[in-house]
Design a protein around this ligand. Structure first.
Ligand code: KIV
Ligand code: ZN
Length: 518
């Protein structure tokens, strides 16, 4: 039996991804993501573009020094200065790569570079050789390859191979190609360029027409053995091929693609979360593989099927991508099976009759809101909620937020909260900003190690209020809280407290259930 080909995963979250507006990262943030990528066992990390800025060069060098396992790569334009900067930045890495590129399409040649075809071929031959002297692993990309004349593209690729490039990357820089076209292009290049059998062909797709993943997989069908991709599909404009989607497509449809990767798929969700956390960009709910809804089911028929056998509506296990488990979201489409399952998950030892009893109230509530939260369900099951609708033991008493406009002191918050047992606690905490400080103080008081995951604030001008919704992560679990206040900071903190209160209430119920059982 012939061995399945290995498709390398070249992750460019920290380079192409980081170039996208809203995703720039400090060195320490990049390191968090690089560690998550190494945990996932990606083959190559493109850690940045060394010549772009001293900060980028420093981040690459830090990653090169610290990260073990993946090859560390830096991007360079096709000139000696950029190549020297890359070589210096990746120097501490155990295995390294220089990735160099130049535009080859008529638009790039004429409008941007003002270079003839021959001048570009000469630059490729000379500068790729220069890069090979600096680093024994060189990748070359003819930028905008898809809009380059095929015969000229083949000449450019041949020049890079002859100069010593080991990887030839074919970028769809503007997200223009289609699956059939790119399969055909890879077949053409691999069959016709002299020396093609001695190098790895790579694909790099952008998502302008929403086809980056499909096109990357189609390139694999055409012979590509490296996919350039980014966590959560971030990248220039509409983004790059999404790493988790490409990897899970190859794994789930191994029967069809006949290729394997070395990725530990259980680290995909943690990597997506790490990126989301350090860049403060929530993962869209409906994002394939790692979105909150990817393994969530609300419709009653689906929930019943999934509870009986999750394969009825799932082609992958949530656990396979590192998500805690499939989630049954309670809403107006949910049935009694799901309500019972969630009650048991929350630690309630309830009978089917109890679920029958609360079900009409559950449906009435579900009709009025987007999602029936754990706290809502606890309220229905126990009949317990404070007059203010609060679930959980903590009540906010006072919040003071301090910002030194001169910047001499870090922002801090002083928060006082009261427990149902009458205990009052006050904590003063510093933070990145006053609200961050208040969140940290709330966590310290309630002894709940929460991280804010989503904070939505809506100013309702007609009512003169701010509505806030907060989602927090506590270990593997997520909790939701909402609040309405006149002031935006008060609303944010109150929604956070509501979510922390839910976490505290669920923890108390689970502790009780464990005690009863033992
Ligand atoms: O999209 C692109 O063409 C690139 C190259 C630098 C590979 O990102
Ligand atoms: Zn790109």
């Amino acid at each position: 039996m012939t061995e399945e080909p290995h498709v390398k995963i070249f992750d460019t979250t920290l380079r192409d991804g980081e170039q996208a507006p809203g995703f720039s990262m400090s060195t320490s943030a990049k390191l968090v993501v690089a560690r998550a990528l190494a945990e996932a066992n990606v083959d190559i990390i493109e850690a940045g573009f060394a010549a772009a800025s001293p900060g980028d060069a420093e981040a690459i060098r830090t990653i090169a020094a610290e990260i073990q396992g993946p090859r560390i790569c830096s991007l360079s334009r096709l000139n000696p200065g950029d190549i020297d900067a890359s070589a210096r930045a990746i120097e501490p890495a155990a295995s390294k790569r220089i990735h160099t590129f130049i535009g080859t399409s008529p638009l790039h040649r004429d409008a941007k570079l003002k270079m003839s075809q021959d001048e570009i071929l000469k630059a490729i031959a000379e500068t790729v050789r220069y890069a090979v002297d600096a680093c024994d692993d060189v990748e070359f990309s003819p930028e905008d390859a898809i809009r380059t004349e095929r015969d000229y593209l083949a000449e450019a690729v041949q020049a890079a191979i002859e100069a010593g490039a080991k990887t030839i990357n074919i970028p769809d820089t503007v997200g223009y190609t289609t699956p059939e076209e790119i399969t055909d292009l890879f077949r053409f290049l691999i069959a016709t360029v002299p020396g093609a059998d001695g190098v790895t062909f790579s694909v790099h797709c952008h998502d302008d027409l929403g086809m980056a993943v499909a096109n990357s997989l189609a390139a694999v069908r055409g012979g590509a053995r490296q996919i350039e991709c980014a966590v959560n599909g971030i990248g220039e404009r509409a983004g790059n091929c999404s790493m988790e989607e490409a990897v899970m497509a190859l794994a789930t449809r191994r029967d069809f693609f006949g290729c394997k990767t070395q990725i530990d798929t259980t680290k995909l969700y943690p990597a997506a979360r790490a990126l989301s956390r350090v860049t403060h960009n929530p993962i869209p709910r409906n994002k394939a593989i790692v979105g909150k809804n990817a393994f969530a089911h609300e419709a009653g028929i689906h929930q019943h099927g999934v509870l009986a056998d999750k394969r009825t509506y799932e082609i992958m296990d949530a656990e396979a991508v590192g998500m805690p488990s499939n989630t049954l979201v309670l809403g107006k489409h949910s049935g009694k099976h799901a309500v019972l399952a969630r009650a048991q998950y929350l630690g309630f030892n309830v009978s089917k009759q109890k679920i029958e009893d609360i079900f009409p109230a559950f449906k009435r509530l579900a009709d009025t809101c987007r999602e029936v939260t754990d706290a809502d369900l606890v309220k229905l099951l126990t009949g317990n909620a404070e007059a203010d609708g609060r679930i959980g033991p903590w009540r906010m008493r006072q919040t003071e937020l301090h910002v030194d406009m001169e910047g001499r002191e870090r922002p801090y918050a002083r928060v006082t909260m009261e427990h149902d047992n009458g205990e009052r606690r006050t904590v003063r905490h510093k933070g990145e900003g006053p609200i961050d400080a208040a969140f940290a103080a709330v966590c310290a008081i309630a002894d709940v190690p929460a991280r804010i995951s989503v904070l939505d604030l809506h100013h309702v001008a007609s009512e003169g209020v701010v509505r806030a919704e907060a989602v927090i992560d506590v270990g593997e679990d997520q909790y939701f809280g909402k609040a309405q206040e006149v002031d935006v900071a008060d609303a944010a903190v109150a929604a956070f407290v509501a979510a922390v209160n839910q976490a505290a209430a669920v923890r108390a119920r689970r502790d009780c259930a464990v005690e009863e059982a033992s």
